[in-house]
Ligand binder design. Structure first.
Ligand SMILES: Cc1cc2nc3c(=O)[nH]c(=O)nc-3n(C[C@H](O)[C@H](O)[C@H](O)COP(=O)(O)OP(=O)(O)OC[C@H]3O[C@@H](n4cnc5c(N)ncnc54)[C@H](O)[C@@H]3O)c2cc1C
Length: 468
């Protein structure tokens, strides 16, 4: 029976473990912090649980338009709805811990070995098999032999010497769930996906927010039309967005946090979240010694089937950079194991990855981008339909958002799309399916949608792309 050792128990690691076990391998997972990894314990699951509360608050904010008014026990108009952040965060942590326990339980029931500790490559690793050394929390070591090793160690928040988190008021995204009191003014540094999500969430929770963005607009890596809609909505709801503003330092003085910008301006608040990127967890693993090449940022170099440059060593997930998503980590881990164990493998197709920014409104994307068309990289036709014109959106009081569909010129095959709106993460799926299955705009247009529905806009966009 071939043996596999996986270092790291996040989605890159545990999904791989399940597939390798299914394919008959003897599997051991070495994990430091808990099954589910950062995805479950500190990043994806906690942030989306916090955002679930923020979504309810957003809905309540627009309730009056739909004829709902809030009253107190005396029948007087209630002027505000408040969030108990201590309660919210307790729920977040309990849910994350329960999900981690579920995953551990699932792996254990399947007979997958779990070693709690720090893993690193040992003798022979990188030569088609070898040793993994696990250091237990009490400092003792255990050696495990493996025919193949998967590195799935993830990444951690980047911090700078001039902006050191203290876990109380200057926070990484991993530390925000320790807050028991609602901040009076949250400063979010960084306007990428993580920064935008937290800024949007705290604003919806009723906290005044200042977003410090080093670029012209929020979400510089996303569809420009989508980012513009989000920026407009956030500013309309009262967020201060400082564009072209680079953080120089963050300092705490008692209950106050001051962010100093490189041009000398300062912003003062009660708390600050640092969301300025991630560093791969690739140091101290014995990778270079085993012949595993890293890029300049310290990320493991892999090919389309998750092989590193060292025989018998695979890597998956955030430690390899690229699309840093739980879904891609899981896919890369499964591909690695299928490849090693001789099962049918479909290499990862980056043009099929669907992703979502969980702001309010959400922004979901799949396939080729508008930027690629504008730069001439690909010839395609684009139709963008505002949700305002959709009957269901009118009924639900949805004013912001759109559906954008991208089709290859000539064939009319759907090659990409963007959805901006509530639950865009759900609405992107028909477009993802079309992209994955090479469906034409006519096939999408001729598929029944429910009336009235937001997905009707996907079919309508496809109809408008009909080529005569
Ligand atoms: C705030 C935030 C929100 C996010 N939201 C989403 C989302 O909504 N959807 C989405 O798809 N993605 C989301 N992501 C990204 C997602 O969390 C990551 O892409 C995902 O966690 C990557 O999985 P992974 O298995 O590579 O690593 P991780 O989940 O980081 O797991 C790695 C594991 O390896 C362990 N480890 C590290 N070094 C060692 C070692 N030497 N020995 C043993 N164990 C070790 C770590 O402790 C950890 O348990 C979010 C990220 C952030 C920061």
């Amino acid at each position: 029976m071939p043996s596999v050792v996986i270092i790291g128990g996040g989605p890159g690691g545990y999904e791989a473990a399940l597939v390798a076990n299914q394919l008959g391998a003897d599997v051991t997972v070495v994990d430091r912090d808990g099954l589910g990894g950062s995805a479950v314990l500190t990043d994806c699951v906690p942030s989306k649980t916090l955002i679930a509360t923020a979504e309810v608050m957003t809905d309540m904010g627009s309730a009056a338009e739909l004829g709902i008014n809030f009253h107190d026990a005396q029948g007087d108009a209630a002027t505000s709805i408040r969030v108990d952040l201590g309660k919210v965060n307790a729920r977040v942590k309990a849910l994350a811990a329960a999900q981690s326990a579920d995953i551990e339980d699932r792996l254990t029931r399947r007979g997958i070995g779990i070693i709690k500790g720090l893993g690193r490559l040992g003798k022979g690793a990188g030569r088609g098999g070898g040793e993994v050394i696990a250091t237990h929390p009490d400092g003792t070591e255990e050696s495990v032999q493996a025919d193949a090793v998967l590195i799935a160690t993830g990444a951690h928040p980047r911090v700078s010497p001039t902006a050191q988190p203290d876990g109380e008021r200057i926070l990484t995204w991993e530390q925000v769930y320790d807050l028991t009191e609602t901040p009076t003014h949250m400063i979010v540094v960084g306007s990428g996906v993580t920064g935008a999500e937290f800024a949007s969430a705290y604003l919806a929770l009723g906290v005044p927010v200042t977003l410090v963005s080093s670029r012209d607009r929020v979400l510089p890596g996303e569809d420009a039309d989508a980012a513009t809609v989000l920026q407009d909505v956030l500013e309309r709801r009262g967020m201060t967005i400082l564009g072209r503003s680079r953080m120089q330092s963050v300092v705490r003085d008692g209950d106050t946090v001051t962010v100093t910008l490189t041009d000398g301006r300062t912003v003062t608040g009660s708390h600050c979240i640092l969301a300025v990127g991630s560093i791969p967890n690739t140091a101290g693993l014995g990778l270079e010694e085993a012949g595993v090449q890293l890029d300049d940022g310290g990320f493991v170099r892999i090919d389309k089937v998750s092989r590193t440059t060292a025989p018998g060593v695979y890597a998956a997930g955030d430690c390899t950079g690229g699309f840093m998503l739980a879904s891609t980590a899981g896919m890369a881990g499964r591909i690695a194991m299928r490849h090693f164990l001789g099962d049918a493998v479909q290499p990862m197709d980056l043009k099929q990855i669907a992703s979502n920014v969980f702001t309010s409104p959400e922004i979901a994307t799949v396939g080729w981008s508008q930027a690629a068309i504008d730069s001439g990289e690909i010839q395609a036709d684009v139709v963008k339909l505002e949700l305002q014109g959709n009957p269901r959106a009118k009924m639900q009081g949805i004013h912001d958002g759109f559906v954008k569909l991208i089709a290859r010129r000539g064939s009319g095959v759907v090659i990409g799309g963007v959805v901006v709106g509530p639950r865009a993460s759900e609405l992107i799926h028909p477009i993802s399916l079309a992209v994955a299955a090479n469906l034409t705009v006519d096939q999408v247009a001729n598929t029944f949608t429910v009336y009235p529905s937001l997905s009707g806009s996907v079919a309508e966009a496809a109809r408008r792309l009909h080529q005569v």
